[in-house]
Every structure is written in structure tokens, then in C-alpha cells.
Design a protein around this ligand. Sequence first.
Ligand code: HEC
Length: 180
Amino acid sequence: MSASSSRFLSSSMRKAIAAAAFVSLLLAAPVWSFPWDIDMYRGASVQPLATAPRVMPEGTLPSSGGELSMSRDEMTVSEHAPSPATPEDLAKGKELFATDCAPCHGDNGKGDGSVAHLLRTKPTDLISGTSKDRSDGYIYGTIRDGGTAMPSLSDAMSEHERWQVVMFVRSLQHAAVANK
Ligand code: HEC
């Protein structure tokens, strides 16, 4: 035994004290934390969403200029292209359609795009069947929100550009009817 450690306590005594200190720390942790540590939680604070967020009057537009939050179903019955299609709208719509839609729906919207064969759910033929009778709002809502299998393209274009694509899809449909 060295001189310094034997001066006050034996080595086994020191071990016993260390062990006792350790055990009392272990015991202290739960005793210390219960039940005082949840005082803040149980206080009179307002819990998240305990009161409903302010409900906006219907039809309120966000001041940041965003668009109305409407589901595709709501848009289907109430929304139409905001202005008649100009040649510029159709040209821009055609350009956007070629990059964002044609890979799946085909250049002429017939559902025969270059990647269509890779998709489990085939892209709809937008020119015939029920699709040609869809409202402007439905097509717009589909571009923004996607469909059951179609991805949402909300990030790909602005509100105005989406309407330009709708106008172009309409022009494809009209051309198909005229060519019959
Ligand atoms: C990744 C492939 C893909 C792209 C890109 C895509 N679509 Fe689709 N689209 C689909 C598929 C698949 C369906 C059918 C299933 C569904 O409704 O989700 C569909 C359905 C639709 C429908 C619904 C037709 C109906 O009668 O119900 C419309 C309208 C439509 N697409 C328009 C567009 C337009 C416009 C674009 C470009 C802005 C576009 N899609 C881009 C795959 C695509």
C-alpha cells in the first residue's frame, strides 16, 4: 500500500465510497426528475393547436399573391381560363407542353409519349374519350396537383403558365375535332 493512499482510507474503503456515490447518483436521477420536471408541461400554457388557427373568410387571397387553395374537384366546376387564348399563350403553352407533358402524353396529347411504355398506368389520351370533355379547371387542377398516377407539376410552372398549357391542350382537342 502506498503511503499517500494509506494515510486516510484503505483502497477497499475508497472503492466502497465510490460505488455508494455511483449508486446514489443512479437513484437520484429519477427521484430528481419526477414529478417536478413536467411542471412546465402541466402548466397553464396553450398547447399547440389547442385553439383552432384563425379561419380565413372564404375567398381570401394571401397577400403574398399565392393562388386560392382549391381542390381539383372545386376547380373542375368553378374555374376557367382567365382570358381568351392569344397566339402568344398558345405558343408558350405548346412549348411547356412539349417539355413537361409530351414525354408521357405525347406531342399531340394522344397518350403515346416516349416514356409512356415505362409507366404502369398509361398516360391518358387527352384528345379523345372523356378527357376531351374535361373542364379547364379540371385540367388545371391535374397539372397542379397531379392525378392518381400522374405526378404534380406544381413546381414546374407558374399559375399563368399552367393556364397557357390548358389553352394549348384545348387547342389540340379542337384541332382533333376539326380534322375528323
Ligand atoms: C410522368 C408522366 C406524366 C407527365 C409528365 C404528365 N402526365 Fe398527365 N397523366 C399521366 C398519367 C399516368 C395519367 C393517368 C392517371 C392519372 O390521372 O393520374 C395522367 C392524366 C392526366 C389528365 C387527366 C385526364 C382525365 O381525363 O382524367 C390530364 C388532364 C393530364 N394528365 C394532363 C397533363 C398535362 C397538361 C401535363 C403537362 C403539364 C401532364 N399531364 C404531364 C402521366 C403524366
